[in-house]
Design a protein around this ligand. Structure first.
Ligand code: C2E
Ligand code: MG
Ligand code: MG
Length: 563
């Protein structure tokens, strides 16, 4: 070794730099005095492989400033990389110098070995960081990789040129089952290629995992991208057979504007709109809005506090009387839940749809039934004859095989005769649910617990329900009598529903009765049970106790809401 200090400096130089290419120039200058290398040429070829799907074909030429290379005096070396690639390095000595002697060539050999080693180290670091940012299945950026690109756009102040899309492939579960996991992965890969072919150089895509993707698309291409998402054709292999697959996606779109606070919003706002599109509106795409944001935050707040609120018994059961209009007699009541949070009332319309989606409604419904059973027990024990109380149950219960048993068990626990309880469920169009509902209604019939169909007329399966289920009571939705008193067609429909229900031995209760006109109209239709503000609003237990002590209404005291 000519100079061990130069050599040590050379090793130090290469080990401190992450990018070997960047420091070769410096290395040549460092080695000049000892070895007079005037030029270094390197070619680097690696065939496509898992880490570098497009392979590598690169090279570089580095020269000692102010020196000319002697094309005759060359020292050549080649290496094979781990993936079967080839690296060629040629060193040219400065013009006017003598050829390298044997001992110098040993040194050059060592110098190039060290260079090759560091090139490998550099590539390995690059591959590891790339693989952390790349989705293994498709080779497109993963969440982190996508965010890195978004950050670049953000730093360049260009982010508002774009809309972001979070999208989920429809029915991909079906494709998985039909083609198998391996082929489904290949289909996802092909889809990613279609996306790559769609986007421009300054647009970006990423795979968030599974069949969820994200894209940053220029605003002017929004419509075009929505069309792409509505159906992109690729194929899947079933054995030897090629089968066409049209992939369409549901999307959440975030129109990025100056209010964007951080890059992650590009994904999270899109994802929020996507979840609304998938779970609530069931539309192909939904735009993110601040109202949506507030709504989702409100939902989160409600879901976040619900469980503790239930433990803390923040829910109260109110009773709304049902009245017989031929005698003005109290004949039943509906239990309606009220949520008092920090002395403020949250309407069931506000929180029930939310806890229904997440399934927590089931706990609330049983909490209400439990409270109703306790109240009934108390009234019975004190010698007051109560009326039958109906309790609302979400259809979410239907998939629980223990649903009917749980109701029965609560009644047993409080020794409540089934004649005092009625279960209200809403109608359904879903065939599977109808099967479950039918089984449930039959179970209730065996236990002599009455079942009513709530909001009858607002769903679409109404007549089918009359035919198939042994329900005892129909509750006609308020919307029917709101319009029904005037419109001739509504009148005919309603009167037929009521007559049909009667012929099938069902009781009919009309909800939302607010004035005498409606009572009269219902009388004409021969519907004599009503529930509504005309007689009473839902009331706390204490007030309702007075009603059950004296079940007769004094109609001279009744305020007509129409007046
Ligand atoms: P629903 O079961 O159809 O209950 C009737 C709703 O109509 C009640 O609203 C009641 O206060 C209201 N209402 C009664 N008479 C009149 C009237 O004359 N005029 C008007 N404008 N409204 C009237 P509420 O108590 O706000 O409950 C809304 C819905 O929330 C209920 O509709 C029911 O679907 C649900 N809900 C309430 N409590 C429970 C519960 O414990 N479990 C479940 N699953 N759902 C419940
Ligand atoms: Mg109800
Ligand atoms: Mg109702």
């Amino acid at each position: 070794m000519k100079s061990s200090t130069v050599f040590a400096e050379y090793v130090d130089l290469l080990s401190k730099h992450e990018n070997t290419f960047e420091c070769v120039q410096k290395a040549i200058e460092l080695l000049w005095d000892s070895y007079q290398i005037a030029r270094l040429e390197m070619t680097f070829q690696v065939p496509p492989n898992v880490f570098t799907p497009d392979g590598i074909n690169t090279g570089g030429s580095f020269a000692m400033p102010g020196q000319v290379a002697d094309e005759q005096l060359v020292f050549k070396k080649n290496y094979t990389t781990g993936e079967g690639g080839i690296v060629n390095v040629d060193l040219y000595r400065g013009y006017g110098c003598e050829a390298w002697n044997e001992s110098e060539e040993v040194d050059l050999d060592m110098i190039l070995n060290i260079l090759f080693f560091h090139c490998g180290r550099f590539r390995l670091i690059q591959q590891i960081s790339n693989s952390m940012l790349t989705d293994v299945v498709t080779g497109i950026p993963n969440t982190q990789g996508f965010l890195k690109r978004v950050e670049k756009v953000y730093e360049q102040d260009n982010i508002t040129k774009y809309n972001s899309f979070c999208f989920n492939l429809k029915r991909f579960g079906l494709i998985n089952r039909k083609f198998g996991k391996q082929e489904a992965d290949d289909i996802i890969c092909r889809y990613a290629r279609l996306l790559l072919a769609f986007i421009d150089k300054d647009e970006y895509i990423g795979r968030l995992g599974g069949d969820n993707f994200v894209a940053l698309i220029k605003k002017e291409k929004t419509e075009e991208f929505i069309r792409f998402l509505s159906g992109a054709a690729t194929y899947g292999m079933l054995g030897e057979q090629q089968s066409t697959v049209i992939l369409s996606a549901t999307a959440g779109i975030y129109e990025i504007d100056d209010s964007i606070s951080d890059c992650e919003r590009v994904i999270s706002n899109g994802a929020m709109a996507l979840s609304i599109a998938r779970n609530i509106t069931k539309q192909p795409y939904v735009y993110f809005t601040t109202e949506l944001n507030e709504r989702v935050n409100n939902e989160k707040k409600i879901l976040g506090s619900f469980t503790q609120a239930l433990k803390d018994r923040e829910f109260q059961v109110y009773y709304q009387p049902k009245v017989k209009t031929d005698t003005y007699h109290l004949i039943g009541a509906e239990a309606l839940v009220r949520w008092y949070r920090n002395d403020k009332l949250i309407s069931p319309c506000e929180f029930i749809p939310i806890i229904e989606r997440d399934g927590s409604i089931c706990n609330l419904d049983f909490y209400v039934l439990d409270q109703v059973c306790r109240d009934l027990r108390e009234w019975l024990d004190s010698g007051v004859e109560p009326v039958r109380v109906s309790v609302n149950f979400s259809r979410k219960h239907l998939s629980n095989p223990e649903f009917a048993n749980k109701i029965q068990n609560l009644l047993n626990q409080y020794h409540i005769d089934p004649k005092y309880i009625e279960v209200e469920v809403t109608e359904t169009t879903d065939e599977e649910e109808q099967g479950l509902l039918s089984a449930f209604v039959n179970r209730m019939k065996d236990s002599q617990i009455a079942v009513s169909i709530d909001d009858f007329g607002t769903g679409y399966s109404s007549l089918n329900i009359l035919r198939t289920f042994p329900v005892e009571i129909l509750k006609i939705d308020k919307s029917f009598i709101d319009q029904g008193t005037d419109e001739e067609t509504d009148r005919i429909v309603l009167s037929n529903i009521i007559h049909m229900a009667k012929q099938l031995n069902m009781d009919v209760v009309s909800e939302g009765v607010e004035n005498w006109n409606q009572v009269e109209f219902l009388h004409d239709m021969e519907c004599y049970i009503v529930q509504g503000f005309l007689f009473d609003k839902p009331m706390p237990k204490g007030d309702f106790e007075q009603r059950i002590q004296n079940k007769q209404y004094d109609i001279t005291q009744i305020v007509d809401y129409a007046e």
